[in-house]
Design a protein around this ligand. Sequence first.
Ligand code: G6P
Length: 367
Amino acid sequence: SAPGKQGYPYFMAKEIDEQPTCIRRILSNYLVNNDIEFGFGGTLDDALKNFNRICIVACGTALHAGIMGAQLFKKWTGINVDTEMASEFIYSDTTVGPDTLFIAVSQSGETIDTLEALRKAKEAGALCLAILNVRGSSISRVADYTLYTDAGPEIAVASTKAYTTQMLMFYMLALKSGLVRGTITEEYFEEATSNLRKIPDAMAEVIGQKDAIHKLAKEVITASDLFMIGRGLDYTVLMEGALKLKEISYIHSEAYAAGELKHGPIALISEGTPVIAAVTQTHLISKALSNVKEIRARGANVVLIAKNELKADFSDEYHVIGLPDLDDEYMSFPEIVALQIYSYYVSADKGLDVDKPRNLAKVVTVE
Ligand code: G6P
């Protein structure tokens, strides 16, 4: 039977709150005795060990999980990874072939562009892995391997728990690849799995700060544009944050790599322009902050997303959303939860139908 809202005003609010449980479920299924086990009699591990090329294809939010996946594969294995939008992949020249591990990501498993892209990759001889939420879907029937995120039905058009669970799959795939390829040490792997286990509580901690995030969201309900800036993994998460905000609040929101601002987007900043700046990546923090100062000097209204340990340093100058102090690589989880909550409240406070934004469908089965 269809799930109810269980007392929440919108499915999106319920689905945001479910995320710590969804992440715990995946971890308890795949983290076995401090190893990551995907099943398939170890044949997927062999594939992860042997392929030197990966191509990741998806649409929308699933594509953003894939872009994160690409970063993680590069970080932990040094493998060449291409990420493409399914709609572009289908009709473009491709070098995907028998030497490629092809990964399709989809909540529904029914998105026509992603399905067609997968068919094309399979015809070209690639080994095809799908990361899906809905069991028994069309994509699962074409893929050689399917990993399920088992997040339960996602009803809100704006994807939340599907994204974080897809992202977790990529963390596990990239870490396991690094381990079997010897590009990360066993100690590093152990440290990583202990970080993975901290994710659910970190997400729950952000959910516990809803009211503070709501307060900040109230300030932008009349805005027409909002920019999100960050570097490295922050930028990757902000792409998804900007999509959340635009799809349900109808505010024009874009994520920019902070270092690219000076090559164009900074021309859009004027007195009062709202900007969300994420600075969770320690090795990039001084560069990211210098970008934040540049836009502040042009009058931008900045909300900073930073680790709690740095919150006090910034609180005099900025509104700050503080996140639990995980190792940098894992900050993406609490960070996106903050942006989901923020987007949710902007939409709800504007009186919009949060779960059913105009012009959008949950599953897109036309090209
Ligand atoms: C639609 C939905 C998005 C989703 C995208 C891909 O645009 O509104 O939320 O990210 O399709 O869907 P999939 O089911 O393939 O993940």
